[in-house]
Design a protein around this ligand. Structure first.
Ligand code: AMP
Ligand code: FES
Ligand code: ZN
Ligand code: ZN
Length: 298
C-alpha cells in the first residue's frame, strides 16, 4: 500500500477512480469535505434547516447521520420498524445504539401499530413487497417530518443505488422516473424537501467511513430484497467499474448535468387526501386505500 496523499503515514484506503490513497484520519476528512461540497453544489440545505435523516440501520444511512452531525447540521434520526422478523429487530437495535452513543435524537415508528407488519401485508398484497414497502416508507417520512417540524428528509441512497436505478430507467425508457431522478426534490404542495446527500459515494466508500468512525451497522440485506432485479444490474455496473474505475460516477453525474435539465416535469395536480390530509392525485391517497383494504381483512 502507498503512502497517504496528505501525510507520511501508510495509507489504509486506495480509491481507484480518483487515484488517491488515504490514512484513516485523512479519509474521514476527505469524506466530510466531499459531502459538504455535494450539499452546497446541489443546494440541499443550510445550517438553519431541520433535517430528518431516515435510518435503516445500514452503513449508508448511519454514515450519513454521523457525518451530518459532525458537519454541524441540526439532525435527528428516523427509523421505521417494519416487523420483518430478526432483520427488523437487529436494524432497530443498531439504530438505537448508534443514537445513544452520540446522544442524538432518534424517532422510531412501528408500522404494525398503524397498519400491519410488512410480512403480514405481503400475504394480502399482490404487488411486489419492495414496491408497497417503499410506498409506506415514503408516506411516513413525509408525514412524520411535517408533523414534527422537520423541513428536509435525507436518505442514504448511494452512487451504486442511483447509477443502478438510472441504468434500469434507461433500459426501460421510464421517462417519468428519469424526470424525478434528482438529488433534490423540492418542497411544496404538502411535500417536504427530499435530498440524497450520498449520491457521489459508493457503497464501499460509505462502508469504509462507517468502519473508521466506529459505526456498528447491520450487514444483512432485507430478506425480501433477495429477488430484486436491481441486484443483477448492480453487479453488472460493478463489473464495468472494476474494468474502468469512475464509470458509475461519470454515468450518473453526466446524466444530471447533460440530460436532466432538458427533461420537463409536468407536475400532476395534488390535493389533500380526504382521510389523512397527505398530498394525493385522487380524493383518497394510496396509503389510506391500502389501510382500508387491510382493515377489511385483518
Ligand atoms: P433502500 O431502499 O433500502 O436501499 O433504502 C434507501 C434509503 O431509505 C436508506 O438509505 C434510508 O435512508 C431509507 N430507509 C430504508 N429503510 C428504512 C427504514 N426502515 N427506516 C427509515 N429509513 C429507511
Ligand atoms: Fe421493504 Fe425489504 S425493506 S421490502
Ligand atoms: Zn494521512
Ligand atoms: Zn390518506
Amino acid at each position: 500500500m502507498k503512502k497517504c496523499y496528505k501525510c507520511e503515514t501508510k495509507a489504509l484506503v486506495y480509491l481507484p477512480q480518483y487515484r488517491i490513497a488515504f490514512c484513516k484520519e485523512h479519509y474521514i476528512e476527505w469524506y466530510l469535505r466531499r459531502l459538504q461540497h455535494t450539499i452546497d453544489e446541489f443546494k440541499m440545505f443550510k445550517k438553519e434547516d431541520k433535517i430528518l435523516v431516515a435510518v435503516s440501520g445500514g452503513k449508508d444511512s448511519l454514515s450519513l447521520l454521523d457525518a451530518l452531525y459532525k458537519l454541524g447540521y441540526e439532525v435527528a434520526g428516523f427509523h421505521i420498524y417494519l416487523g420483518i422478523g430478526d432483520y427488523s429487530e437487529k436494524s432497530r437495535v443498531v439504530c438505537e445504539e448508534f443514537a445513544k452513543k452520540r446522544s442524538l435524537k432518534l424517532y422510531i415508528i412501528d408500522i404494525s401499530q398503524y397498519l400491519a407488519s410488512i410480512p403480514k401485508i405481503d400475504e394480502l398484497e399482490k404487488r411486489p413487497t419492495c414496491s408497497f414497502c417503499g410506498q409506506i416508507k415514503r408516506y411516513y417520512m413525509n408525514s412524520f417530518a411535517k408533523q414534527n417540524g422537520y423541513n428536509v428528509v435525507a436518505t442514504g441512497h448511494n452512487l451504486d443505488d442511483e447509477s443502478t436505478t438510472l441504468l434500469l430507467n434507461i433500459l426501460n425508457w421510464n421517462i417519468e422516473y428519469l424526470i424525478r431522478q434528482k438529488p433534490v426534490l423540492s418542497e411544496g404542495e404538502g411535500f417536504v424537501r427530499k435530498v440524497k446527500p450520498l449520491l457521489k459515494f459508493t457503497e464501499k466508500e460509505n462502508a469504509i467511513y462507517a468502519l473508521f468512525s466506529d459505526i456498528n451497522y447491520i450487514e444483512e440485506e432485507c430478506p425480501f430484497s433477495k429477488n430484486a432485479t436491481s441486484i443483477h444490474y448492480k453487479k453488472i455496473l460493478s463489473l464495468i467499474e472494476e474494468k474502468s474505475p469512475g464509470t458509475k460516477l461519470r454515468f450518473y453525474l453526466d446524466f444530471l448535468r447533460k440530460l436532466q435539465p432538458h427533461l420537463k416535469e409536468e407536475k400532476p395536480k395534488f390535493m389533500a387526501c380526504t382521510i389523512c390530509g397527505e398530498p394525493t392525485v385522487s380524493q383518497v391517497c394510496s396509503f389510506c386505500k391500502l389501510k382500508e383494504r387491510l382493515s377489511k381483512i385483518l
